[in-house]
Design a protein around this ligand. Structure first.
Ligand code: MN
Length: 271
């Protein structure tokens, strides 16, 4: 079986494709893997240059309790760009005329995912930058990037997520070089690109030309960024289906998201 989620072929192959998927989920032939970091007041937030207003951490305020009634609710101070989250095109000046979180078509949020393993390079150099040649080499081994899908770069950076200092690492974090950002934006068929670090750009990308090239190119091309993913070690190189579920915020430049992957095989235990 090739990529899950190819429209047409799969629909023609069976009368009840959703029923087949439901059966596979119930029987464990497909499992659901949660790629979302838990979101709490301790969730690390990206550190901006000192001349910019910082993005605040999550604050959870207890709402009123109604006497003996069982109801309870909280209210949140919630930055758009916190935890596992989506970057919308309007987040960057190059995408200002593009999609906000409310207008991202639902179909753009569901698609095949492929995983590029960058662990070794990042272990050797935490400022490692992915290049076009790296992506082309991956394609020679694993096939083309999926149409309307997601490229997820596995660094296992999520293993640092419980330690703010380790996770932010003083801004020393891996990413993409500027040409790779341009290529992924304009010469790939992807819907979006996902990473495990605090942002889609490398920690030192402020010094690139253009600065923050993933924001500049990817969001400028109307594509989506996805950050702070967990558990990419549970995904195959290809064959998973990604479901990205951010809030439908009107005017939203981003949103925290629950990110799930449908993964074939496994032991049947849901994450
Ligand atoms: Mn963001």
């Amino acid at each position: 079986m090739g990529d899950i989620g190819r429209e047409g072929e799969a629909a023609e192959a069976v009368d009840d494709p959703v029923g087949v998927l439901a059966g596979a989920l119930a029987g464990g032939a497909v499992e659901v893997v949660d790629l979302t970091q838990p979101l709490s007041e301790a969730t690390p937030v990206i550190e901006l240059p000192p001349h910019l207003v910082p993005i605040p951490p999550l604050r959870v305020h207890a709402g009123p309790r109604y006497g003996d009634l069982p109801d309870a609710w909280n209210w949140l101070e919630l930055a758009e760009h916190i935890g596992t989250h989506v970057d919308a095109p309007i987040h960057w000046f190059t995408g200002r005329d593009g999609l906000d979180m409310a207008s991202v078509p639902a179909g753009r949020l569901v698609g095949p995912a492929v995983v590029l393993d960058r662990r070794a390079e990042v272990a050797a150099d935490p400022e490692d930058l992915l290049s076009v040649e790296d992506v082309l080499a991956w394609q020679r081994e694993h096939g083309p990037l999926p149409e309307g899908g997601w490229l997820l770069v596995r660094t296992d950076w999520d293993r640092r997520a419980d330690d703010r200092e380790l996770f932010l690492n003083g801004g020393v974090t891996p990413g993409f070089d500027a040409e790779c950002a341009r290529w992924l934006a304009h010469e790939s068929p992807l819907s979006g690109v996902g990473v495990q670090t605090v942002g889609i750009d490398a920690g030192r990308a402020h010094g690139f030309e253009p600065p923050f090239p993933m924001h500049y190119h990817l969001l400028g091309a109307g594509k989506l960024g996805l950050t702070q993913l967990a558990a990419l070690d549970r995904l195959p190189v290809r064959g998973a289906l990604l479901v990205v579920a951010p809030l439908r915020l009107v005017g939203g430049t981003g949103s925290p998201a629950r990110v799930l992957a449908f993964v074939p095989g496994g032991d049947g235990a849901s994450a």
